[in-house]
Design a protein around this ligand. Sequence first.
Ligand code: FE
Ligand code: CA
Length: 514
Amino acid sequence: MSAAPELDRRVFLARTGRYLALTLATSGGSFAQSDSSRDPFTLGVASGDPEPDGVVLWTRLAPDPLQGGGMPPHNVEVEWKVATDQRMASVVVRGRETATPGLAHSVHVEVRGLKPGRWYWYQFKAGSHLSPIGRTRTAPDPRRPLGSFRFAFASCQNYEAGFYTAYRHMADEDLDLVVHLGDYIYDSPTRTTAVRKHDGPKATTLSAYRNRYALYHMDPDLKRVHATFPWVVTWDDHEVENDYANDASENNTPRQAFLEQRAGAYQAYYEHMPVRRASMPKGSSALLYRRIAFSNLVEFSVLDGRQYRSDQPCGGLVVSDCAAAALSSQTMLGPEQERWFLDGLAKSTAKWNIVANQVMMMQLDSKVGPEVGLNMDKWDGYQDARARILKFIEQRRVSNPIVITGDIHSNWVGDLKLDWTNTKAPIIATEFIGTSISSAGDGTEITDRIRAYLPDNPHVHFYNGQRGYVRCEVTPDRWQADYRVVPYVSRPGAEIATLASFVVESGQPGAQKG
Ligand code: FE
Ligand code: CA
């Protein structure tokens, strides 16, 4: 992907600068009038939530990204156009959008009228400034069979913990889509030991969350992946605060104050992600769960496992014998989302039903020996809800259910079952957990502690504790997941390699070594 030719743009600006005020007086836009010298497109461009006839285009005007954006406190008109070529010569749709100070001068364009299953290029203009050119792809025609679909999924990109080398490599992949499973930002304060530093103290306010997203979006590797593929995103906890559950802060912030914090966090998330207007927050709530289909080959159920969940039982850490974790009242998705999710699975005509999920769904016993130690922040703290879902999948014979997960900064492959102790119990679905992009730093292949408890988890087929992402190729007959891993993130420049590949044959749940 090449950005708009920087030199041409500068020459153009120098030549036309003296006419700017005149142009703006007639165009109604007034951004360049107040400050024409600073580039407002410091955060790049992005696209997301593709449909057969359109996609969401995103940018945010922020000439001073780490100090609140630096925009004047009034509306600014932004022009956009979509072309069928990377030089933006054959424009097929164009329009205008108003960037408002209330939404941090972010822009969400819901483009319509495009053709299914093809690449497009897009660009924004504010005042005399042109954005970089982004590339995106519409979803394929739902009435025509699709032979293959390629995507990568990622999560957990703590800026302080390392460089986004994995993203640098992801941008070179041949993909139709990128899926992000949460921890897009970390709310945490600057650490003195960090590889590179956060912009300030722990974020709890709208303005602090905005600056944090701006810092992340300025990373050149992340920018490049956003400008190269459409994304489908969901959040986990760190977009607000570590291990929060619905209205409960792990720091015991009073409920009302925490909901205000959550409102700011959700708003900043919306402002910085290529999601549809349907996901715009209303107060401290936002609708993020949704379904996205790619012909009848693949359907994603994109879950929100934070906003509606019950509090983690038994203190939330790794515990043994937590009876509350098995109560039917423990909910991960909330009753409404759970109904929507199961309803969608029942109605789905997709060959592969992919669940974009936040935290580990398979059981993980991390106590060596007969004692069973489970982490209450994961689905292990919501056992009846998990069993309800798996039973439903089994009874309704949901076609090829695959769960993709982030959160734990390590790679795992495992079988999802209703009975974890009986190795002969049927496999109902397959879970692929992807490691972090940078969180937890360089990492190691495996530690002695993890090696020791793996035999207590016979449904687990693979573990790795390094950084990277998972690349998937789906065809009507077969799912393949390639675990792409970089050896270090504490300095730039690592090469990437496929550490392991796993295959699921259609109609046969459970991962096989590829
Ligand atoms: Fe994380
Ligand atoms: Ca054990």
